[in-house]
Write a protein that binds this ligand. Structure first.
Ligand SMILES: NC(=O)c1ccc[n+]([C@@H]2O[C@H](COP(=O)([O-])OP(=O)(O)OC[C@H]3O[C@@H](n4cnc5c(N)ncnc54)[C@H](O)[C@@H]3O)[C@@H](O)[C@H]2O)c1
Length: 354
């Protein structure tokens, strides 16, 4: 390598099933990155990776990946139950870690990963992909700029005739996305959760759930998630004191629309006088860029490794989503009893991130 040149960052991918190929394609395109290896338990999928990307080494053994000194970072896209042991081994081997959502299936495990990464000064990032999607980013800018006023409430629908998972409920599969989006938008995690749901097709695995959240700021939210629905809906409504917003991810264009609608309460001048004025103004669809979320996500991970910046979706963001999912599941199993969401404390102080 010529003098002064910076060595490319070495990346390895673990898990080449449904999602792994999407991650690999994006890391292959990133400047300043060399994908050194792909690891999967199934030789037949490794064959496909090798044919597509002949420069990449393939292996069924994670130890090969971790023993490679030129691998700086490990990207994990294996089933959720395997995230913890693989991420732990990678951090212990001194590698930066990107792990798919949800970070783990247990908040105590997530906390151990967060603590270990902090202890070793390694980047730990979770694949809350929607946080990197342009419409979600745009809504965040609008909320932060005060365009909607004070946020009153949010409702979401994430339903379709979806693939029934064998081991996790619809809450872990789909509400993960809405929780990560909401926590990013609102800069806070919910404090209580009330869930009703049922397993319609398989009694033991809920395939529909209505997740009610209350946030410390007073914002309330209702997430409707289901694998049973005649149509695919990906709709979120945010109602603020000044404006309202619809984010529809199934729209090809105009995914976000801002409605200058509202109801104003006029202070009564005399006893018994009660006046509301209704406002239906313009509807505006802001221009939204088309960058692929996975490319932005991968770039952000690499940038955080290079600069030491904390990822937007760091391990702590993953932990608080998992803690919320656990409380949601407890509420569901308790016939909708209210549950507090308690995020396990860090051994290393997480600052003011909650
Ligand atoms: N961010 C998103 O929008 C998004 C979308 C889909 C899936 N995901 C996440 O990606 C992850 C993988 O999901 P998927 O649908 O690709 O699953 P999958 O079952 O299709 O693929 C997982 C792969 O991991 C391999 N594997 C399992 N255990 C392994 C081990 N110990 N070592 C090496 N390889 C191992 C399997 O052989 C398989 O090829 C999950 O965490 C899922 O939640 C994220």
């Amino acid at each position: 390598m010529p003098d002064g040149a910076v060595a490319p960052l070495g990346v390895a991918l673990v898990g080449y099933g449904y999602w792994g190929p999407n991650l690999l394609r994006n890391y292959m395109e990133l400047p300043g990155v060399t994908v050194r290896s792909v690891c999967d338990r199934r030789p037949e999928v490794l064959q496909k990776a090798q044919t597509r990307y002949p420069s990449v080494t393939v292996t069924v053994d994670l130890a090969d990946v971790l023993a490679d000194d030129d691998v700086d970072a490990v990207v994990i896209a294996t089933p959720v139950r395997t995230h913890f042991p693989i991420a732990m081994a990678a951090l212990e081997a001194g590698k930066h870690v990107f792990v798919e959502k949800p970070i783990t299936d247990d908040s105590l495990h997530a906390r151990r990963l967060v603590d270990l990464a902090a202890d070793r000064s390694l980047v730990l990032m979770v694949g809350h992909t929607f946080v990197f999607s342009p419409p979600v980013r745009r809504v965040k800018e609008l909320i932060d700029a005060g365009e909607l006023g004070d946020i009153y409430f949010v409702t979401t629908q994430r339903v379709n005739l979806g693939l029934h998972q064998k081991d996790v409920s619809v809450i872990w599969d789909l509400a993960t996305h809405d929780l990560s989006i909401l926590y990013y938008w609102l800069d806070e995690a919910a404090e209580t959760v009330v869930v009703t749901g049922r397993g319609c097709v398989t009694a033991s695995i809920p395939d529909v759930a209505f997740v009610n959240l209350r946030f410390p700021s007073g914002v309330i939210a209702l997430l409707d998630v289901a694998w049973l629905s005649p149509v695919k809906l990906r709709r979120t409504i945010v109602v603020g004191s000044d404006r309202m917003l619809l984010y529809d991810d199934t729209e090809a264009v105009e995914k976000v629309k801002i409605y200058d609608h509202g109801v104003d309460f006029k202070d009564p001048q005399t006893f018994g006088e009660f006046q509301l004025s209704y406002r239906t103004g313009d509807i505006v669809a802001p221009k939204i860029d088309m960058t692929e979320p996975l490319f932005s996500e991968a770039s952000h991970f690499i940038n955080c490794i290079e600069t030491g910046e904390r990822p937007i979706t760091d391990g702590y963001a993953g932990l608080r989503v998992v803690a919320s999912l656990e409380s949601a599941e407890r509420s569901l199993n308790n016939h909708g009893g209210a549950r507090r969401i308690t995020v396990p404390r860090m051994a290393v102080d997480a600052g003011d991130r909650a």
